[in-house]
Ligand binder design. Structure first.
Ligand code: GLU
Length: 293
């Protein structure tokens, strides 16, 4: 059996919020309860969307909540060579093409799936996005909470972008290259990314790297029923009072922490959570949350 390696991979587009804490706690407990490693990766792929200071604030927040990660934190901004190497491996297989369709061109089309317009441009050309040629097979996988999933990527999104026209690497490429390079065996993250998984599996298969196990967590929704996110102005996690918030997060994950933990340090609460982790309790229903801190 392969040793478990899990990860938490925030984008530094703002500080962590209650939704990120849910993913951090669940990925940590899944990895540690299996006696495995837990890595932290900062997905700083998109400088214009980055908030200055967010990367270091995220690490401080994780420390305040008692998380301990294995090894050095990885920064995707330092991984461009690896992403280029993956692109050239794909190009050698004839799987890439260079696309100059604009967003407006594509938005006018009836189907959201890319129609294959630029497929004939199989050699690099300037001012073009790089897309992956996707075949029409159906990808199936089993999510640990959401169960059996299947998707024809060709029909849902079509040939997807790996490097944007502005030169930035796409999340799909970077996440697959780094999950493989870091030997990640389990991905635990929010269910807003459930429909990205089939694309990632397509890419893993084309690059000949293993597919990790996937667990997508129920969404945390605010009192209006909207997903808690940076876009809906979710509040930053505080650096004090972390024990209370951790206990609340464990309740959201339907674990049953005893009241006595209220008097403990965050690291003690996390140690309890790892020792008593019961993934089957989590379920898939959205979690209502009011940000009372
Ligand atoms: N960086 C992504 C985010 O913050 C998460 C990526 C992942 O876990 O695959 O939403």
């Amino acid at each position: 059996m392969r040793a478990t390696i899990g990860r938490f991979a925030p984008s530094p587009t703002g500080p962590l919020h209650a939704g990120s804490l849910l993913a951090a706690v669940a990925s940590y407990c899944e990895a540690r309860a299996a006696g495995g490693q837990w890595l932290v990766r900062i997905e700083d792929l998109d400088p214009p969307r980055e908030v200055p200071g967010a990367s270091s604030l995220i690490l401080h927040q994780l420390e305040a909540f008692g998380f301990e990660w294995d090894g050095e934190v990885r920064y995707q901004s330092r991984r461009h060579e690896a992403y280029e190497a993956a692109l050239s491996a794909l190009q050698k297989q004839g799987l890439l093409f260079w696309c100059r369709c604009s967003r407006t061109d594509l938005a006018r089309l009836p189907s959201p799936a890319y129609p294959g317009t630029c497929r004939e441009f199989t050699l690099p050309r300037p001012d073009a996005a790089i897309r992956l040629r996707v075949s029409d097979s159906i990808r199936c996988f089993t999510d640990a909470l959401f169960g059996s999933q299947q998707e024809s990527v060709r029909n849902t999104v079509g040939d997807f972008v790996l490097k944007r026209r502005d030169g930035l690497y796409a999340y799909q490429l970077a996440v697959v290259v780094d999950d493989a390079d870091q030997g990640i065996t389990q991905v635990v993250r929010g269910s807003d990314l459930l429909d990205n998984t089939a694309r990632q599996i397509v890419l893993q298969q084309m690059l000949g790297v293993p597919t990790p196990d996937y667990m997508h967590l129920p969404l945390i929704v605010n009192t209006d029923g909207n997903k808690l996110s940076k876009q809906t102005f979710a509040k930053a996690l505080p650096l004090t009072g972390c024990t209370t918030l951790l206990l609340q997060t464990l309740h959201h994950l339907r674990q049953k922490p005893p009241a006595r933990l209220q008097a403990e340090q965050p690291s003690t609460v996390l140690a309890w959570a790892v020792a008593n982790w019961q993934r089957h309790r989590i379920g898939t229903d959205p979690i209502p949350f009011s940000e009372g801190y």
